[in-house]
Design a protein around this ligand. Sequence first.
Ligand code: RVP
Length: 502
Amino acid sequence: MAYYFEEPSHTFGEYLLVPGYSSAECTPDRVSLKTPVVKFNKKAGETCPLTMNIPMVSAVMQAVSDDKLAIALAKEGGISFIFGSQTIENQAAMVARVKAYKAGFVTSDSNIRPDQTLEEVVELSAKTGHSTVAVTEDGSPNGKLLGIITSKDFRIGHCPAGSKVKDYMTGLEDLATGKEGIDLSEANDIIWEKKVNQLPIVDKNGNLVSLVFRKDYSTHAEHPNELLDSKQRYIVGAGINTRDYMERVPKLLEAGADVFVLDSSEGFSEWQARALKDLHAAFPGIKVGAGNVVDAEGFNFLADAGADFVKIGIGGGSICITREQKGIGRGQATATIEVAKARDEYFKKTGIYVPVCSDGGIVHDYHVTLALAMGADFVMLGRYFARFDESPSNKLVINGNYVKEYWGEGSNRARNWQRYDLGGKKGMAFEEGVDSYVPYAGHLHDGVGMTLSKVVHTMCNCGALSIPELQEKAKITLVSPVTIQEGSAHDVTVRNTTSVQN
Ligand code: RVP
């Protein structure tokens, strides 16, 4: 006989947090949002090998996670999972670009030779927008460094036409340089000590490797949460599927991917268990999340199969029509609560803590706090990130308003049918997602800053200084539709409409 869940399932919008006692020590600036991404033996006192500084990851979607968004999100402390619905080569190139982007270290693309003219320097600067030009023996980006020339070194019109770079540049003898391998704060110390605006980094043969600029260091300092690997490169994830993983993963590992996720709309399957087994056997130490599931049974299956984290959610995504098309799914809040409980039971039984990620259905900023309070270690968001400048989709004007395009991986536009593949002979493909617009929301840095500000304030209202403390202390209540109505401005005529989307 079929199994019936006794309670209807619920979404985030049906819940609120009831404040707990906040002591004077509980202030937003003291809240830590650090959270584990992959499993570890917590009972044995192991520390998690991969943590994030904020509990947010971006969805494995064409309209959301490319290298540009991945860099922007890593700067804030989270991880992007670069979309897998593209060729292996393209995906690996995106991962490689994130890893090559050395926070604060700029690879020079506008070098010049000492025998070239000042007019050529001006031309080059106009083309690249860089006022500092490195002078190398052969003019190549990694040639032997001979000096630096900047727009402050000469005045065009006051120097004889055809003047040579070598007569105006700051030569090596007067130049502060850093050795390859130096870290950013050491580079910054030299910049301050020597009172210079830039520091060329050279290898042991004197060849130019990169440049560190004084102005970039302050940008770096604006991102205290940035998520870096042991080589000071941004951390990045990649979405994979259950079909071509043995070809795709080695290329992505080579490109530097730190963590993977099996991207499937329904992950309680033999295909996922097989992929997890094969990948862990072929690439020892690899970190692979799996999903999506919506109940304890699904979680236990994937945890036993070796998932490094488990993703929760079917049919709750803003662009998702899986529930309508196939009649499968579960309210996102209920699914999160049940799976998080299963994670805690699993930990009690095995000593292993398998982080869980609530994926999809975050509409308001407070839904992030609710998902965390309900037990999620982190959340995955699609619509939210698609709205920012850094997402790969087009920005358009519709009815006088700026919007960004946002389409589901199960839409005809993405045609990511592998995400929905159950093996065997395929029937007719049908859409499980829509193509849509979302309101444009500016820079990711500002949007994420605002969301997290709300999260940490609410955590303080609950008396929590960390995510585990929130999970322990949160008091959560279901609310009636009338209570929800009471929660927004009511029985008044609102004079201005400057309130923010979320
Ligand atoms: P949202 O943040 O609500 O936009 O949801 C994003 C999530 O929706 C993704 O992480 C994924 O799990 C799911 N998704 C992506 N494409 C589709 C679809 O076409 N049905 N669903």
